[in-house]
Design a protein around this ligand. Structure first.
Ligand code: ADP
Ligand code: TRP
Length: 322
C-alpha cells in the first residue's frame, strides 16, 4: 500500500496548509507501508517565474516539512524535478488525453478567472499530476477537496491507458483530508496565500503577535454575549487549545463582557508554544544543509527506482520500447 501526495512550493506554509494538509501527511507516515511526499516544483513553475525564488521556496518547503515532523525514516521525501521519469510519463499520458477532460477542470478555470494567462503548462497541469501519482503505483492520495477532480482525471487517464494498452497502472483513490480542518484567515475567509490573509507557521514570535492582533473581529459592544461557533478568532484559537481550554473560552464568549484583545493574546501565546519545537528543529536543519541535501537525494533515489520500473512498463505497453 502506498500513500502519496505533493505540495507546491509557492510561498511559506501557513496554518491552513499545516492543519489542512501537512499534519495529516505526517499522521499517515507511520500507518502505511510506504509514504511518498514530494515538493511539486514543476507544478509551481506554472506560476512562479523567478528562479531564485523557486529554488528558495523549494528548500524552504523541505526544511518546513522536516521540521514539522516528516520523518525520512518513515516517509520518502523528494523534489518532483529530481525524478525526470515523471515528466517522460507525463508525455505518454498526454498523447491519450482529450482536450475536453482538461477543459472541465475547475482549478484551471479558477486560475484563468483570477487573471493568470492561459498557458499550456497550466492547462496540462492535471496530466503532470496524474504522472506524479501513477509513476509510483500509488494507492491512496490524501488531498484537499479542491484536488479531488484531479484524482478523478488521473483515474480516467490510467483506465483509458490500461484499456488501450493492457493493465499498466494502478488506479489510485483520493483520501479527502478532514474538511473540518478548513482554517479561516485573518479576515475570516478561507486562509490562502491568494487572499493575503495568512498566518505563517514559521513566523517569528514578534511579527506573528502583530499579525494576530490584526485579525478582524466584529465591533459589537464588549458586554454582548457572542456565539463562539460563528467566530473565526475562536476557530483559530481552537486549533491550538486543548478541549478544557476550548470549553472555557467558549463559556467566556457566551457570557460576554470580554475583549477580543485578550483572546488574541492567548492565541499568540498558544501558537508560539505549539510551533516552538518545530522552530528549533528548523534552525538546526538550516545549520546543516548537507543533511537536508542528503535526505532529498536519498528520497529521490528511492522514488526514481520505483518510477523507472513503472515508466518502463508503460513504455513497453504503448510500444515506444521493445
Ligand atoms: P493556498 O490556498 O494558500 O494557495 P495551497 O492550495 O497551496 O494553499 O494548499 C496546499 C494544501 O493545503 C492543500 O492540500 C490544501 O487543501 C491545504 N490548505 C490550504 N489552505 C487551507 C485552509 N485554509 N484550510 C485547510 N486546508 C488548507
Ligand atoms: N496540485 C496539488 C496542489 O496544488 C499538488 C500536487 C501536485 C499533487 N502533484 C500532486 C497532490 C500529486 C497530490 C498528488 O495541492
Amino acid at each position: 500500500m502506498r500513500v502519496l501526495s505533493g505540495i507546491q512550493p509557492t510561498g511559506r506554509f501557513h496554518w491552513g496548509n499545516y492543519f489542512g494538509a501537512i499534519r495529516q501527511y505526517i499522521d499517515l507516515q507511520g500507518q502505511r507501508e510506504d509514504a511518498f511526499y514530494f515538493i511539486a516544483n514543476l507544478h509551481a513553475l506554472t506560476t512562479v517565474r523567478d528562479p531564485s525564488q523557486l529554488r528558495q521556496s523549494t528548500l524552504d518547503a523541505a526544511l518546513d516539512l522536516l521540521a514539522l515532523g516528516l520523518d525520512p525514516e518513515k516517509a520518502t521525501l523528494f523534489v518532483q524535478s529530481d525524478v525526470p521519469e515523471v515528466s517522460e510519463l507525463c508525455w505518454l499520458l498526454m498523447t491519450g488525453t482529450g482536450m475536453g477532460l482538461l477543459e472541465r477542470c475547475v482549478s484551471y478555470k479558477d486560475k484563468i478567472a483570477r487573471g493568470l494567462s492561459a498557458g499550456v503548462g497550466l492547462f496540462a497541469y492535471p496530466v503532470l499530476q496524474a504522472a506524479d501519482i501513477l509513476a509510483y503505483d500509488s494507492d491512496v492520495v490524501p488531498v484537499g477537496e479542491d484536488q479531488v477532480q484531479h484524482i478523478e482525471v488521473t483515474r480516467d487517464l490510467a483506465a483509458s491507458f490500461n484499456h488501450q494498452f493492457g493493465e499498466t497502472f494502478v488506479l489510485p483513490k483520493a483520501q479527502v483530508l478532514d474538511s473540518s480542518a478548513r482554517v479561516p484567515g485573518t479576515d475570516g475567509d478561507k486562509m490562502s496565500k491568494s487572499y493575503d490573509n495568512t498566518l505563517a507557521v514559521f513566523e517569528e514570535p514578534k511579527p506573528l503577535r502583530k499579525q494576530i492582533m490584526r485579525i478582524q473581529t466584529d465591533s459589537r459592544p464588549m458586554e454582548d454575549p457572542k456565539d463562539p461557533d460563528t467566530d473565526h478568532l475562536f476557530q483559530l484559537y481552537s486549533l491550538f487549545a486543548g478541549d478544557p481550554q476550548r470549553e472555557a473560552m467558549a463559556a467566556v464568549y457566551r457570557a460576554g463582557g470580554f475583549g477580543y484583545g485578550s483572546v488574541k493574546k492567548e492565541l499568540a501565546g498558544l501558537a508560539e508554544e505549539f510551533f516552538a519545537a518545530a522552530r528549533e528543529r528548523r534552525r538546526a536543519l538550516e545549520a546543516d544543509p548537507d543533511q537536508v541535501e542528503q535526505i532529498l537525494a536519498d528520497g529521490a533515489a528511492r522514488a526514481r527506482k520505483k518510477a523507472a520500473d513503472v515508466l518502463l512498463r508503460a513504455q513497453v505497453a504503448c510500444g515506444v520500447k521493445a
